[in-house]
Ligand binder design. Structure first.
Ligand SMILES: Nc1ncnc2c1ncn2[C@@H]1O[C@H](COP(=O)(O)OP(=O)(O)OP(=O)(O)O)[C@@H](O)[C@H]1O
Ligand SMILES: [Mg+2]
Length: 234
């Protein structure tokens, strides 16, 4: 499964990730928590091949992903839903979803994947022809997740999907993420919202200053007030 061994990432003169090691448990939803600037997004970028490593290695099972770049990471089954739910606002929901399978040459396969995503998220099926920008924030988040699913991933990484959503939309999102777990996917979920993390995650990792501070069962970690105060400022 997806694993980072002693990775280091630098941005200019700043070391952002410091000797970071983690391994995701297959089929489990893991929350990745940490204060602002602790390196959560950079960890996702590193795991999806979007930033170079200065040291360390990344593996997807037996496949070496170190330095291979984002396309090969996608081919190895790693999907990344970036921070800020980026959809193409003027494109239809259908075209947004199909963009996730742009490298799939078989039209039949693309259609099959689209049908599978719609089966999981019927709401998207009802809005296929609408411009994605016309959807609510929660619905756009489903489009962004659906696009990631079009790559047929084994691992889905999501960066703060609940940010900016209303409480009702957050409930929909929780349902959406749970469904990924029910389908047997491995999920790495960056969340500032501890409530969301508690509702969906079985394991939780806390980052502090670019290194892993804790990796424990989510229920245990997220109920520990001293942990929340020390690492997350709650
Ligand atoms: N392109 C960049 N150039 C310089 N520094 C960067 C760059 N990207 C990130 N950093 C720095 O790396 C550190 C970690 O950033 P990162 O975005 O990974 O944190 P984060 O935990 O996702 O934060 P947030 O909760 O704000 O999303 C921060 O100190 C940030 O300023
Ligand atoms: Mg971030």
């Amino acid at each position: 499964m997806l694993k980072a061994d002693n990775i280091e990432v630098w941005r200019g003169q700043t070391q952002v990730l410091k000797d970071l090691s983690l391994e995701l448990t297959p089929g489990v939803i893991t929350a990745l928590l940490g204060g602002n600037g602790s390196g959560k997004s950079t960890t996702l970028y590193a795991l999806s091949g979007l930033v170079p490593l200065k040291a360390g290695r990344i593996w997807a099972g037996d496949v070496q992903l170190t330095g291979v770049g984002p396309r090969k990471a996608v081919a190895a089954g790693i999907a990344h839903v970036p921070q800020g739910r980026e959809v193409f606002p003027t494109m239809s929901v259908q075209d947004n979803l199909l963009a996730g399978a742009a490298t799939v040459t078989s039209r039949k396969l693309r259609t099959e994947r689209l049908e599978r995503v719609i089966a999981t998220y019927p709401l998207l099926g009802r809005k296929l022809k609408l411009a994605a920008g016309a959807l609510s924030g929660g619905e756009q988040q489903q489009v962004a997740i659906g696009r990631a699913l079009m790559t047929n991933p084994k691992v889905v990484m999501m960066d703060e999907p609940s940010a900016g959503l209303s409480p009702a939309m957050v409930d929909t999102l929780i349902d959406t993420i749970r469904r990924l777990g029910d389908e047997g996917l491995t999920v790495l979920l960056v969340e500032q919202n501890v409530g969301v993390a508690m509702h969906v995650a079985a394991e939780a990792i806390v980052l502090k200053a670019g290194a892993i501070a804790l990796h424990r069962p989510a229920g245990e970690l997220l109920r520990d007030k001293s942990v929340l105060a020390a690492y997350l400022g709650h």
